[in-house]
Design a protein. Structure first.
Length: 117
């Protein structure tokens, strides 16, 4: 059943995104190998190709929804804020690493809960 919000969403042409990704990667490789003095253009094509390949991978198919379909807006805001904090103050990774280690390894052992595999 198509609702009004489904009709307003742009359709992703997954094949076209994949073709653009492959073209950019090939163009970047050719430029980088044949014209080393043009490393700006070669690197730019490779970066765009990798980004388009990531979009192609995350795009919806007939059998599954888009990779971002079930992500809440608060998760996106939280990840963006954490990335900004890490870029601004890289030393913040040390306490986050220690906290992550404690929460994932030590607390389950103290509580006696089995880890899921």
């Amino acid at each position: 059943m198509n609702t009004a919000s489904d009709q307003n969403r742009p359709q992703v042409n997954r094949l076209l995104v994949g073709i653009i990704a492959v073209f950019c990667l090939i163009a970047g490789a050719i430029i980088s190998l044949n014209y080393p003095e043009e490393s700006f253009w070669g690197g730019s094509f490779v970066r765009v190709g990798l980004l388009m390949a990531a979009f192609w991978y995350a795009a919806p198919t007939k059998g599954r929804a888009a990779a971002w379909a079930d992500v809440s807006p608060w998760t996106i805001v939280g990840v963006a804020a954490l990335l900004l904090l890490i870029v601004r103050r890289p030393r913040i990774l040390i306490p986050f690493g220690v906290a992550l280690f404690v929460l994932s390894f030590i607390v389950p052992k103290l509580l006696g809960t089995p880890r899921k595999r």
